[in-house]
Design a binder for this molecule. Structure first.
Ligand code: ZN
Length: 413
Protein backbone atom coordinates (compact mmCIF):
# COMPACT_ATOMS: atom_id res chain seq x y z
CA UNK A 1 0.00 0.00 0.00
CA UNK A 2 1.32 3.44 -0.95
CA UNK A 3 0.42 6.37 1.28
CA UNK A 4 1.77 9.87 0.76
CA UNK A 5 3.39 11.94 3.50
CA UNK A 6 3.88 15.67 3.59
CA UNK A 7 6.64 18.27 3.95
CA UNK A 8 6.92 21.81 5.30
CA UNK A 9 6.43 23.88 2.11
CA UNK A 10 3.19 21.98 1.48
CA UNK A 11 2.05 22.64 5.06
CA UNK A 12 2.73 26.36 4.51
CA UNK A 13 0.61 26.45 1.34
CA UNK A 14 -2.15 24.52 3.07
CA UNK A 15 -2.23 26.89 6.06
CA UNK A 16 -2.38 29.86 3.72
CA UNK A 17 -5.42 28.27 2.01
CA UNK A 18 -7.02 27.57 5.40
CA UNK A 19 -6.64 31.25 6.41
CA UNK A 20 -7.98 32.43 3.08
CA UNK A 21 -10.92 30.04 3.38
CA UNK A 22 -11.82 31.58 6.76
CA UNK A 23 -11.72 35.07 5.26
CA UNK A 24 -13.76 33.96 2.26
CA UNK A 25 -16.45 32.17 4.29
CA UNK A 26 -16.89 34.97 6.87
CA UNK A 27 -18.44 38.31 6.15
CA UNK A 28 -15.54 40.13 7.79
CA UNK A 29 -13.23 38.40 10.28
CA UNK A 30 -10.36 39.45 12.54
CA UNK A 31 -6.91 37.86 12.86
CA UNK A 32 -7.80 36.76 16.40
CA UNK A 33 -10.95 35.01 15.18
CA UNK A 34 -9.01 33.25 12.41
CA UNK A 35 -6.52 31.95 15.00
CA UNK A 36 -9.41 30.78 17.21
CA UNK A 37 -11.21 29.01 14.34
CA UNK A 38 -8.14 27.34 12.85
CA UNK A 39 -5.93 26.55 15.83
CA UNK A 40 -3.02 28.29 14.09
CA UNK A 41 -0.83 30.52 16.27
CA UNK A 42 -1.50 34.29 16.10
CA UNK A 43 2.03 34.75 14.67
CA UNK A 44 1.37 32.27 11.84
CA UNK A 45 -1.97 33.96 11.05
CA UNK A 46 -0.37 37.43 11.06
CA UNK A 47 2.39 36.32 8.70
CA UNK A 48 -0.03 34.74 6.23
CA UNK A 49 -2.42 37.73 6.38
CA UNK A 50 0.46 40.16 5.75
CA UNK A 51 1.37 38.31 2.55
CA UNK A 52 -2.30 38.17 1.42
CA UNK A 53 -2.55 41.95 2.00
CA UNK A 54 0.69 42.56 0.07
CA UNK A 55 -0.66 40.53 -2.85
CA UNK A 56 -3.95 42.49 -2.79
CA UNK A 57 -6.06 39.35 -2.33
CA UNK A 58 -7.35 40.54 1.05
CA UNK A 59 -8.46 43.96 2.28
CA UNK A 60 -8.38 45.47 5.73
CA UNK A 61 -11.64 47.20 6.57
CA UNK A 62 -11.12 50.86 7.45
CA UNK A 63 -13.82 50.58 10.12
CA UNK A 64 -12.60 48.74 13.15
CA UNK A 65 -15.00 47.26 15.61
CA UNK A 66 -14.47 46.79 19.31
CA UNK A 67 -15.09 43.36 20.75
CA UNK A 68 -16.49 43.20 24.27
CA UNK A 69 -15.21 46.70 24.89
CA UNK A 70 -11.65 45.52 24.30
CA UNK A 71 -9.05 46.62 21.80
CA UNK A 72 -10.52 47.42 18.35
CA UNK A 73 -9.94 44.66 15.81
CA UNK A 74 -9.32 45.18 12.13
CA UNK A 75 -11.69 43.25 9.91
CA UNK A 76 -10.37 41.32 6.93
CA UNK A 77 -12.32 40.73 3.73
CA UNK A 78 -11.61 39.21 0.35
CA UNK A 79 -10.92 41.76 -2.40
CA UNK A 80 -13.55 40.82 -5.01
CA UNK A 81 -11.43 42.29 -7.80
CA UNK A 82 -8.32 40.28 -6.97
CA UNK A 83 -9.31 37.39 -9.24
CA UNK A 84 -11.65 36.55 -12.11
CA UNK A 85 -12.74 33.14 -13.31
CA UNK A 86 -14.90 31.97 -16.19
CA UNK A 87 -17.42 29.16 -15.84
CA UNK A 88 -18.98 27.19 -18.66
CA UNK A 89 -21.95 24.87 -18.19
CA UNK A 90 -22.20 22.30 -20.94
CA UNK A 91 -25.80 21.08 -21.04
CA UNK A 92 -26.89 18.93 -24.00
CA UNK A 93 -29.50 21.61 -24.83
CA UNK A 94 -27.79 24.89 -23.92
CA UNK A 95 -24.33 26.32 -23.25
CA UNK A 96 -24.11 28.92 -20.47
CA UNK A 97 -21.01 30.96 -19.74
CA UNK A 98 -20.35 33.35 -16.82
CA UNK A 99 -17.45 35.48 -15.67
CA UNK A 100 -17.34 35.83 -11.87
CA UNK A 101 -15.33 37.85 -9.37
CA UNK A 102 -13.47 36.41 -6.40
CA UNK A 103 -16.69 36.35 -4.34
CA UNK A 104 -18.33 34.19 -7.01
CA UNK A 105 -20.63 37.01 -8.19
CA UNK A 106 -21.41 36.83 -11.92
CA UNK A 107 -20.27 39.96 -13.78
CA UNK A 108 -21.51 38.75 -17.16
CA UNK A 109 -23.60 35.76 -18.29
CA UNK A 110 -24.25 34.59 -21.87
CA UNK A 111 -26.18 31.61 -23.27
CA UNK A 112 -26.55 29.91 -26.64
CA UNK A 113 -28.04 26.64 -27.86
CA UNK A 114 -25.66 23.68 -27.91
CA UNK A 115 -24.82 22.88 -31.57
CA UNK A 116 -26.76 19.76 -32.42
CA UNK A 117 -24.28 18.30 -34.94
CA UNK A 118 -22.35 15.13 -34.44
CA UNK A 119 -18.87 16.62 -34.18
CA UNK A 120 -17.61 17.56 -30.68
CA UNK A 121 -15.22 20.09 -32.27
CA UNK A 122 -18.28 22.18 -33.30
CA UNK A 123 -19.36 22.30 -29.67
CA UNK A 124 -15.86 23.28 -28.54
CA UNK A 125 -15.82 26.06 -31.19
CA UNK A 126 -19.15 27.37 -29.89
CA UNK A 127 -17.84 27.24 -26.30
CA UNK A 128 -14.73 29.19 -27.33
CA UNK A 129 -16.81 31.94 -28.99
CA UNK A 130 -19.04 32.17 -25.93
CA UNK A 131 -16.01 32.53 -23.60
CA UNK A 132 -14.65 35.37 -25.77
CA UNK A 133 -18.08 37.10 -25.79
CA UNK A 134 -18.42 36.93 -22.02
CA UNK A 135 -14.88 38.21 -21.44
CA UNK A 136 -15.44 41.09 -23.86
CA UNK A 137 -18.81 42.06 -22.36
CA UNK A 138 -17.31 42.11 -18.85
CA UNK A 139 -14.33 44.10 -20.17
CA UNK A 140 -11.80 41.80 -18.51
CA UNK A 141 -8.44 41.22 -20.26
CA UNK A 142 -7.39 37.64 -20.98
CA UNK A 143 -4.41 37.80 -18.59
CA UNK A 144 -6.64 38.68 -15.62
CA UNK A 145 -8.63 35.44 -15.93
CA UNK A 146 -7.38 32.76 -13.53
CA UNK A 147 -8.85 29.95 -15.58
CA UNK A 148 -11.88 28.33 -17.12
CA UNK A 149 -14.07 25.84 -15.27
CA UNK A 150 -16.18 23.43 -17.29
CA UNK A 151 -19.22 21.72 -15.79
CA UNK A 152 -20.36 18.82 -17.95
CA UNK A 153 -22.77 15.91 -17.71
CA UNK A 154 -21.09 12.79 -16.34
CA UNK A 155 -19.62 10.32 -16.36
CA UNK A 156 -16.19 11.85 -16.77
CA UNK A 157 -12.63 10.62 -16.48
CA UNK A 158 -11.24 13.44 -14.35
CA UNK A 159 -7.59 12.35 -14.52
CA UNK A 160 -7.65 12.30 -18.32
CA UNK A 161 -9.97 15.33 -18.69
CA UNK A 162 -12.28 13.22 -20.81
CA UNK A 163 -16.08 13.07 -21.09
CA UNK A 164 -17.06 9.39 -21.27
CA UNK A 165 -20.16 8.63 -23.38
CA UNK A 166 -22.75 10.73 -21.52
CA UNK A 167 -26.26 9.34 -22.00
CA UNK A 168 -27.78 12.41 -23.68
CA UNK A 169 -24.80 13.05 -25.96
CA UNK A 170 -24.59 10.57 -28.78
CA UNK A 171 -21.22 10.83 -30.57
CA UNK A 172 -19.39 11.86 -27.40
CA UNK A 173 -17.22 8.86 -26.70
CA UNK A 174 -14.09 9.64 -24.65
CA UNK A 175 -13.73 13.19 -26.00
CA UNK A 176 -10.58 14.93 -24.57
CA UNK A 177 -12.54 18.10 -23.94
CA UNK A 178 -10.17 19.63 -21.38
CA UNK A 179 -7.24 19.66 -23.82
CA UNK A 180 -9.41 20.80 -26.77
CA UNK A 181 -10.88 23.71 -24.82
CA UNK A 182 -7.57 24.73 -23.29
CA UNK A 183 -5.91 24.76 -26.75
CA UNK A 184 -8.79 26.81 -28.20
CA UNK A 185 -9.09 29.41 -25.40
CA UNK A 186 -5.50 29.61 -24.14
CA UNK A 187 -6.83 29.24 -20.59
CA UNK A 188 -6.13 26.49 -18.06
CA UNK A 189 -9.27 24.34 -17.87
CA UNK A 190 -10.67 22.68 -14.73
CA UNK A 191 -13.26 20.00 -15.49
CA UNK A 192 -15.90 18.45 -13.28
CA UNK A 193 -19.37 17.00 -13.55
CA UNK A 194 -22.20 19.54 -13.36
CA UNK A 195 -23.49 18.41 -9.97
CA UNK A 196 -20.08 18.55 -8.28
CA UNK A 197 -19.48 21.96 -9.85
CA UNK A 198 -22.82 23.19 -8.48
CA UNK A 199 -21.89 21.86 -5.02
CA UNK A 200 -18.53 23.66 -5.17
CA UNK A 201 -20.34 26.88 -6.19
CA UNK A 202 -22.75 26.46 -3.30
CA UNK A 203 -19.78 25.98 -0.94
CA UNK A 204 -18.06 29.09 -2.32
CA UNK A 205 -20.96 31.55 -2.32
CA UNK A 206 -24.30 29.83 -1.73
CA UNK A 207 -26.30 27.89 0.85
CA UNK A 208 -23.37 25.57 1.61
CA UNK A 209 -21.02 28.36 2.68
CA UNK A 210 -19.30 27.25 5.89
CA UNK A 211 -21.31 23.99 6.13
CA UNK A 212 -18.96 21.07 6.88
CA UNK A 213 -21.06 18.25 5.39
CA UNK A 214 -23.65 18.69 2.70
CA UNK A 215 -25.12 16.89 -0.27
CA UNK A 216 -26.24 18.68 -3.40
CA UNK A 217 -29.02 17.36 -5.63
CA UNK A 218 -28.60 18.84 -9.10
CA UNK A 219 -31.68 18.86 -11.34
CA UNK A 220 -30.66 19.38 -14.95
CA UNK A 221 -31.40 17.36 -18.06
CA UNK A 222 -30.60 14.45 -15.74
CA UNK A 223 -30.29 14.31 -11.96
CA UNK A 224 -26.82 14.37 -10.43
CA UNK A 225 -25.34 14.79 -6.99
CA UNK A 226 -22.36 16.40 -5.32
CA UNK A 227 -20.89 15.81 -1.89
CA UNK A 228 -18.90 18.10 0.41
CA UNK A 229 -17.68 16.08 3.39
CA UNK A 230 -15.62 17.62 6.20
CA UNK A 231 -15.33 20.78 4.02
CA UNK A 232 -13.70 18.78 1.19
CA UNK A 233 -15.18 17.82 -2.17
CA UNK A 234 -15.74 14.07 -2.03
CA UNK A 235 -15.28 12.46 -5.43
CA UNK A 236 -14.92 8.76 -4.70
CA UNK A 237 -12.64 6.14 -6.18
CA UNK A 238 -13.33 6.90 -9.85
CA UNK A 239 -14.38 10.56 -9.33
CA UNK A 240 -18.05 9.74 -9.94
CA UNK A 241 -19.52 9.72 -6.40
CA UNK A 242 -22.96 11.10 -5.65
CA UNK A 243 -25.02 9.66 -8.49
CA UNK A 244 -28.22 10.15 -6.48
CA UNK A 245 -30.23 10.08 -9.71
CA UNK A 246 -29.47 6.37 -10.11
CA UNK A 247 -30.88 5.36 -6.78
CA UNK A 248 -33.74 2.91 -7.40
CA UNK A 249 -36.99 4.23 -5.94
CA UNK A 250 -39.32 1.75 -7.68
CA UNK A 251 -37.85 -1.78 -7.56
CA UNK A 252 -39.90 -2.98 -10.57
CA UNK A 253 -39.90 0.40 -12.30
CA UNK A 254 -38.88 1.12 -15.88
CA UNK A 255 -35.38 0.20 -16.99
CA UNK A 256 -32.84 3.02 -16.87
CA UNK A 257 -29.99 3.48 -19.37
CA UNK A 258 -27.56 2.81 -16.51
CA UNK A 259 -28.73 -0.81 -16.25
CA UNK A 260 -30.70 -0.34 -13.03
CA UNK A 261 -34.50 -0.29 -12.73
CA UNK A 262 -36.80 2.44 -11.37
CA UNK A 263 -34.03 5.03 -10.98
CA UNK A 264 -34.95 8.46 -9.61
CA UNK A 265 -33.65 10.08 -12.80
CA UNK A 266 -35.58 7.70 -15.05
CA UNK A 267 -38.82 8.58 -13.23
CA UNK A 268 -38.53 12.33 -12.76
CA UNK A 269 -36.24 13.73 -15.48
CA UNK A 270 -37.89 16.64 -17.36
CA UNK A 271 -39.10 14.53 -20.28
CA UNK A 272 -40.53 11.86 -17.94
CA UNK A 273 -42.45 14.56 -16.08
CA UNK A 274 -43.79 16.04 -19.32
CA UNK A 275 -44.80 12.56 -20.56
CA UNK A 276 -46.73 11.89 -17.34
CA UNK A 277 -48.52 15.26 -17.49
CA UNK A 278 -49.46 14.59 -21.15
CA UNK A 279 -50.80 11.14 -20.20
CA UNK A 280 -53.04 12.67 -17.51
CA UNK A 281 -54.20 15.50 -19.77
CA UNK A 282 -55.04 13.00 -22.52
CA UNK A 283 -57.05 10.98 -19.98
CA UNK A 284 -58.76 14.24 -18.97
CA UNK A 285 -58.19 13.57 -15.29
CA UNK A 286 -59.09 16.72 -13.35
CA UNK A 287 -59.45 20.28 -14.61
CA UNK A 288 -56.17 21.84 -15.69
CA UNK A 289 -55.24 25.20 -17.13
CA UNK A 290 -53.00 23.19 -19.47
CA UNK A 291 -55.91 21.26 -21.07
CA UNK A 292 -56.71 23.84 -23.74
CA UNK A 293 -53.08 24.35 -24.78
CA UNK A 294 -52.62 20.57 -24.83
CA UNK A 295 -55.68 20.15 -27.08
CA UNK A 296 -54.37 22.72 -29.56
CA UNK A 297 -50.70 21.69 -29.54
CA UNK A 298 -49.41 19.04 -27.10
CA UNK A 299 -45.80 20.19 -27.72
CA UNK A 300 -46.63 23.59 -26.18
CA UNK A 301 -47.09 21.84 -22.84
CA UNK A 302 -43.35 21.51 -22.29
CA UNK A 303 -41.34 21.24 -19.09
CA UNK A 304 -41.30 25.01 -18.48
CA UNK A 305 -45.08 25.19 -18.92
CA UNK A 306 -45.59 22.30 -16.48
CA UNK A 307 -43.30 23.93 -13.87
CA UNK A 308 -45.08 27.28 -14.15
CA UNK A 309 -48.53 25.64 -13.91
CA UNK A 310 -47.45 23.61 -10.87
CA UNK A 311 -46.09 26.77 -9.21
CA UNK A 312 -49.51 28.36 -9.75
CA UNK A 313 -51.20 25.36 -8.12
CA UNK A 314 -52.63 23.69 -11.22
CA UNK A 315 -53.94 20.33 -9.91
CA UNK A 316 -52.60 18.08 -12.70
CA UNK A 317 -49.12 19.66 -12.94
CA UNK A 318 -48.82 20.06 -9.15
CA UNK A 319 -49.78 16.41 -8.55
CA UNK A 320 -47.09 15.16 -10.93
CA UNK A 321 -44.44 17.47 -9.40
CA UNK A 322 -45.45 16.48 -5.86
CA UNK A 323 -45.11 12.78 -6.72
CA UNK A 324 -41.66 13.53 -8.17
CA UNK A 325 -40.80 15.40 -4.96
CA UNK A 326 -41.80 12.33 -2.90
CA UNK A 327 -39.30 10.21 -4.86
CA UNK A 328 -36.60 12.84 -4.24
CA UNK A 329 -37.54 12.83 -0.54
CA UNK A 330 -36.97 9.05 -0.35
CA UNK A 331 -33.49 9.38 -1.83
CA UNK A 332 -32.75 12.34 0.49
CA UNK A 333 -33.63 10.11 3.48
CA UNK A 334 -31.21 7.45 2.18
CA UNK A 335 -28.47 10.07 1.77
CA UNK A 336 -29.09 11.30 5.33
CA UNK A 337 -28.97 7.71 6.62
CA UNK A 338 -25.86 6.70 4.65
CA UNK A 339 -23.74 9.84 4.96
CA UNK A 340 -25.22 11.81 7.89
CA UNK A 341 -24.93 15.18 6.17
CA UNK A 342 -25.91 18.44 7.93
CA UNK A 343 -27.66 19.93 4.92
CA UNK A 344 -29.16 18.89 1.60
CA UNK A 345 -29.26 21.58 -1.10
CA UNK A 346 -31.64 21.28 -4.07
CA UNK A 347 -30.75 23.25 -7.20
CA UNK A 348 -30.46 23.43 -10.96
CA UNK A 349 -32.76 24.65 -13.72
CA UNK A 350 -34.79 21.39 -13.60
CA UNK A 351 -36.71 22.57 -10.49
CA UNK A 352 -37.04 26.21 -11.53
CA UNK A 353 -40.34 27.73 -10.24
CA UNK A 354 -41.15 24.64 -8.10
CA UNK A 355 -38.21 24.67 -5.67
CA UNK A 356 -40.51 25.20 -2.68
CA UNK A 357 -42.61 22.10 -3.49
CA UNK A 358 -39.46 19.96 -3.50
CA UNK A 359 -38.05 21.60 -0.37
CA UNK A 360 -41.31 21.03 1.55
CA UNK A 361 -41.49 17.34 0.62
CA UNK A 362 -37.83 16.72 1.46
CA UNK A 363 -38.06 18.68 4.76
CA UNK A 364 -41.09 16.64 5.88
CA UNK A 365 -39.26 13.38 5.09
CA UNK A 366 -36.02 14.45 6.78
CA UNK A 367 -37.94 15.43 9.94
CA UNK A 368 -39.62 12.03 10.28
CA UNK A 369 -37.66 9.27 8.53
CA UNK A 370 -33.85 9.23 9.01
CA UNK A 371 -32.61 7.23 12.00
CA UNK A 372 -30.54 10.17 13.28
CA UNK A 373 -33.50 12.61 13.35
CA UNK A 374 -33.76 12.58 17.15
CA UNK A 375 -30.15 13.74 17.42
CA UNK A 376 -30.57 16.51 14.88
CA UNK A 377 -32.66 16.98 11.75
CA UNK A 378 -30.79 17.28 8.46
CA UNK A 379 -31.78 20.60 6.91
CA UNK A 380 -32.82 21.21 3.31
CA UNK A 381 -32.56 24.42 1.31
CA UNK A 382 -33.07 25.51 -2.28
CA UNK A 383 -29.86 26.66 -3.97
CA UNK A 384 -29.16 30.36 -3.53
CA UNK A 385 -27.59 30.36 -7.00
CA UNK A 386 -30.87 29.36 -8.67
CA UNK A 387 -30.71 28.45 -12.33
CA UNK A 388 -27.10 29.71 -12.49
CA UNK A 389 -25.93 27.06 -9.99
CA UNK A 390 -23.97 24.99 -12.51
CA UNK A 391 -22.33 27.89 -14.37
CA UNK A 392 -21.35 29.78 -11.20
CA UNK A 393 -20.21 26.43 -9.84
CA UNK A 394 -18.07 25.89 -12.93
CA UNK A 395 -16.32 29.21 -12.30
CA UNK A 396 -16.04 28.36 -8.60
CA UNK A 397 -14.14 25.19 -9.60
CA UNK A 398 -11.29 27.50 -10.62
CA UNK A 399 -11.48 29.62 -7.44
CA UNK A 400 -11.73 26.46 -5.33
CA UNK A 401 -8.75 24.82 -7.04
CA UNK A 402 -6.73 28.05 -6.68
CA UNK A 403 -7.62 29.10 -3.15
CA UNK A 404 -9.40 26.45 -1.05
CA UNK A 405 -7.56 24.24 1.42
CA UNK A 406 -7.48 20.78 -0.08
CA UNK A 407 -6.10 17.86 1.82
CA UNK A 408 -4.77 16.44 -1.44
CA UNK A 409 -2.47 19.51 -1.69
CA UNK A 410 -0.87 18.45 1.59
CA UNK A 411 0.27 15.14 0.21
CA UNK A 412 3.68 14.70 -1.38
CA UNK A 413 3.55 13.80 -5.08
ZN1 ZN B 1 -30.18 4.71 -13.63
Amino acid sequence: MRQSGTNLPKVGRYNRAVVMDQIQLADGISRVEIAEHTGLTPQTVSGIVRRLLDEGIVWEDGASRASHGGKPRTTLRLNPDAGRAIGLHFDPVELTCALVDLLGRPLAVRKRPTPSGTDPSHVVAAMTELVAEVRASAGVPHEEVLGLGLATPGPIDLEQGVIVTPPQLAHWSRVPVRRMLSDATGLPVTLDNDATAAAVGERWSGAGKGVANFAYFFFGTGIGGGLILNHQVYRGGSFNAGEFGHSAVLPDGPECYCGNRGCLERLINPSAIVTEVHRRLAARSGGSVLSQAFGQDPASVDHAAVQRAAADGDPVAAAVIDEAAQHVASVAVSVANFIDVDLIVLGGHGIHHVESRYVEAVAAALATRPLSRNIRVTEVEASLLGTDAAVVGAAALVLHATYSPQLSALLAD
